[in-house]
Write a protein that binds this ligand. Structure first.
Ligand code: NDP
Ligand code: GDR
Length: 370
């Protein structure tokens, strides 16, 4: 039985990857952070009672900022594969917490590689590093491939740049099987609530149900290559099953503006939108609602721009070229953008049905979007 260790198991990708590896017969170990509240919502369905026999899913307390803890866990688990998904993963927040981000996303990667080296596991343990399309940053060429130069545009991306190169260096210096997945944005119903797609799909569901009036967003012109997290964790696993370690771009090859994502998300519930105005004065208003389940009035302004969500330096355009992954890993995404949007919007509709019941029962609900 293969044994995998996942950092960031409580996150979006960690939860899908854990499911995938369990379905393949792996013993799955995950590192979770101590938190004052339970933080395992996304993986609670995978929980196995540690008192039972043959448990294949185990969690360990830990933190990428703590090297002795990482060494101890790697020693205990003796993993065949490590997936380093743990990170302070929010680009905008990295401008507020640049030092912490550098520590966890940059040095955290080094700490994990060093743990494997110190423990003499360089030839046993394969390592996946969660690299990112944010490395490309300022557009130099499109579509972006494994040979496109990097130009990071945020403390997050600069920290990930260190993670990328230290992974390459350990592969070259010590012959480790270590590779970077340069993953473009991938989303799902499990996506963190403060990333733009999930913020939109949550807002759309609540507006349709009359629970909220408006979504405030930042740069509507940014373009992203959005795929589904379920497809992308499959690529991570495939990267660690090759004869030789290499770095791969994982993307759909299709780019879409934030504005068009919004239109698609409202359309999923039968709400047609139009945008007027420019820059900070741009708004999206309802043209018509054809779904009898929802009463959203024509003319209602449902999207507005709040400059608080602008970033000091922005990444305007991402579009990936996944040719190498398709040719060498046999990887193909199963979801296109409309399927992704449908999955997310419908899941959020289900989620907020609960709130309508609570409201009818006289409870108060306050939403605080970021
Ligand atoms: P999430 O933000 O959903 O999850 C991040 C995970 O990292 C969480 O489990 C979080 O724990 C954990 N974490 C945060 N800080 C630490 C720390 N100091 N020590 C240990 N664990 C920590 O991210 P995603 O699942 O979306 O992304 C997974 C990885 O892939 C990240 O490294 C991200 O930067 C990278 N990436 C993501 C892309 C995407 O589009 N989703 C694209 C390209 C790269 P907790 O739950 O306690 O907060
Ligand atoms: P990104 O994702 O920065 O690409 O990083 P995010 O969804 O945060 O932003 C995408 C684009 O949307 C614009 N935007 C907004 N973003 C947020 N979060 N909130 C808003 O209100 C809003 N309005 C407009 C942003 O300016 C940006 O251009 C994600 C993370 O998962 C990283 O960890 C990962 O490495 C990259 O994707 C690939």
């Amino acid at each position: 039985m293969k044994r995998a260790l996942i950092t960031g198991i409580t996150g979006q990708d960690g939860s899908y990857l854990a499911e995938l590896l369990l379905s393949k017969g792996y013993e799955v170990h995950g590192i979770k952070r101590r938190s004052s509240l339970f933080n395992t919502d996304r993986i609670d369905h995978l929980y196995q009672d540690p008192h039972e026999a043959n448990v294949r899913f185990k969690l360990h307390y830990g933190d990428l900022a703590d090297s002795t803890n990482l060494i101890r866990i790697v020693q205990e688990v003796q993993p065949d594969e490590i997936y380093n998904l743990g990170a302070m993963s929010h680009v905008k927040v990295s401008f507020d917490t640049p030092e912490y981000t550098a520590d966890v996303d940059g040095l955290g990667t080094l700490r994990l590689l060093e743990a494997v080296r110190i423990l003499g596991l360089t030839h046993k343990t394969r390592i996946y590093q969660a690299s990112t399309s944010e490395l490309y940053g300022l557009v130099q060429q499109v579509p972006q491939s494994e040979s496109t130069p990097f130009y990071p545009r945020s403390p997050y991306a600069v920290a990930k740049l260190y993670g990328y190169w230290i992974t390459v260096n350990y592969r070259e210096a010590y012959g480790m099987y270590a590779c970077n997945g340069i993953l473009f944005n991938h989303e799902s119903p499990m996506r963190g609530e403060t990333f733009v797609t999930r913020k939109i799909t949550r807002g759309v569901a609540r507006i349709a149900m009359g629970l909220q009036q408006k979504i405030y967003l930042g740069n509507l012109d940014a373009r992203r290559d959005w795929g589904h997290a379920r497809d992308y964790v499959e690529a991570m696993w495939r990267m660690l099953q090759q004869d030789e370690a290499r770095d791969y771009v994982i993307a759909t090859g299709v780019t879409t503006t934030v504005r068009d994502f919004i239109l698609l998300a409202f359309a999923e519930l039968g709400i047609e939108l139009n945008f007027v105005g420019e820059g900070v004065n741009e708004v999206g208003y309802v043209v018509a609602c054809t779904n009898p389940d929802y009463q959203v009035a024509a003319g209602q302004v449902v999207v507005a721009v709040d400059p608080a969500y602008f970033r000091p330096t922005e990444v305007e355009l991402l579009i990936g070229d996944p040719s190498r992954a398709k040719a060498e890993l046999g990887w193909e995404p199963q979801y296109d953008l409309p399927a992704l949007v449908a999955d997310m919007v419908q899941a959020d509709v289900q989620l907020f049905r609960r709130d309508t019941v609570l409201l009818e029962a006289g409870h108060q609900i306050l939403y605080h979007d970021e």
